[in-house]
Write a protein that binds this ligand. Structure first.
Ligand SMILES: *Cc1c(COP(=O)(O)O)cnc(C)c1O
Length: 417
């Protein structure tokens, strides 16, 4: 970069910050509530700083086991194992179930590309089915039609923090047809169904602690199961993996500190811009471009090291109160939907959602151009998902409901203050 250009950039930033300062002085809101890393607070940042200073215990498995036990207890699961991502936890489950080439698994045709990848990396053929539009979950009738003699497993998901509409029907069909059930709980940690936390009715489930999820360590994931045999398989897979390197761990810890400064600290109104302008290359991108195209990254499968387990344990202390706040926040959007004539997301009988985001089907042009929301709602909505295999652009045929969700579903933040 030429010095003159740097100067121009700095002048631009200064002008922008001055404008924001005037807004602040007039008591006007500076930016809407963030969509990511909203549960990283000052205590997490302090903890991350301490961990960066004291590196002795970084590869101590006892810390990780303690976190796994706390997570299992919190979720009411028999066993929990921690990895470097929900996608890795899913790969562990696929391995523990013994799925491989020649097998098929049924998946919702509206998901993250990394879910599809985990099956393909193991040689399993994913077969995609349409979703319903009440909770954006797998449609049980479509799922039943997709079963072939090669089908061995079905993956259902609880999206946006909602418990999926056909939960019981899918479990029932799978049991009758001898299929394994994997639950994708990446967006819904803490949601309950008939007074039990989700993730315990299928054979195994995974949770994510990526930066946009219910609880976060920037990167991380957990697999849970009630079966001792599957737990052995998960442990075997886990024990075969490496830890991330010291520099990777340091980078994640630094990201936790940066996230706190961007979204939670008192100076976030200017710090977020500085990070955005000058420190962007330090921010972690959890799904690389290659991964979105189905290429397995060299550093894909890792197990969770102690610093992230310690931070995860701290997140676990707070997750219930954050989820309670999200439910409160959702009430604002319930009223907004009623006012605008939009359908509210469906809360199935016996379930308590956590509303990681509040999904609404709006007009397609409103999803394409979100400027109306900045005016009307004073915030930036999320766009999960912009394609059938977010964020990949692949086209999926034969799933009209998923098409409609891709075209019209936006999501609103639920941690509003
Ligand atoms: C985030 C997410 C995943 C993947 O979790 P990572 O921790 O990012 O690997 C899987 N499924 C859904 C629905 C997700 O939102």
């Amino acid at each position: 970069m030429k010095p003159s250009e740097e100067l121009r950039q700095a002048a631009g930033l200064a002008y922008y910050e001055m404008k924001k300062l005037f807004r602040a002085m007039k008591g006007r809101p500076l930016s809407g509530p963030p969509l990511i890393a909203t549960t990283l607070d000052a205590d997490d940042a302090r903890h991350a700083r301490k961990l960066l200073r004291e590196r002795d215990g970084w590869y101590d498995p006892a810390q990780v086991e303690a976190f796994e036990r706390s997570f299992a207890a919190w979720n009411g699961s028999r066993q929990a194992l921690a990895f470097m991502g929900g996608r890795v936890a899913l790969s562990a489950i696929i391995s523990a179930l013994g799925l491989g080439p020649g097998d098929e698994a049924i998946l919702p045709g509206y998901t993250c590309v990394v879910v599809k990848n985990a099956f393909e990396f193991a040689g399993v053929k994913p077969v995609f089915c349409d979703i319903e539009l009440e909770t954006y979950g797998l449609d049980a009738s479509r799922m039943e039609e997709a079963i072939t003699p090669r089908t061995r497993a079905v993956l259902l998901h609880h999206l946006y923090g909602l418990v999926c509409r056909d939960y019981e029907r899918i479990l029932h069909i799978a049991r009758n047809r001898g299929l394994y059930v994997i639950e994708d709980c990446a967006q819904s940690a803490g949601a309950t169904y008939r007074n039990n936390r989700i993730g315990n009715l299928g054979d195994a489930a995974f949770f994510s602690m990526e930066l946009s999820k219910v609880l976060t360590t920037i990167q991380g994931g957990i697999a849970v199961t009630g079966s001792e045999e599957l737990a052995r398989g998960l442990r075997e897979y886990r024990d075969s993996l490496d830890y991330p390197s010291e520099s990777e761990i340091a980078r994640i810890l630094q990201n936790i500190i940066l996230d706190f400064h961007c979204y939670k600290s008192r100076g976030r109104w200017w710090k977020a811009d500085v990070v955005d302008r000058y420190l962007k290359d330090r921010l972690i991108v959890t799904t690389t471009e290659g991964e979105a195209q189905g290429i397995k990254p060299a550093s894909y499968a890792r197990k969770m090291p102690a610093p992230l387990a310690q931070l995860g344990a701290n997140q676990l202390f707070k997750v219930d109160s954050y989820n309670q706040r999200r439910r409160q926040g959702a009430k604002r959007w319930d009223a907004w939907c009623d006012d605008k004539g939009y359908n509210k997301p469906c809360v199935i009988d016996g379930s308590v959602p956590v509303y990681l985001r509040y999904p609404v089907m709006v007009e397609p042009e409103k999803k394409l151009d979100l400027r109306w929301a900045r005016e009307e709602l004073k915030l930036q909505p999320g766009v999960w998902f912009l394609s059938h295999f977010h964020p990949a652009k692949d086209i999926l045929e034969g799933c009209p409901n998923a098409d409609a969700a891709v075209e019209r579903c936006i999501n609103l933040p639920t941690l509003l203050d």
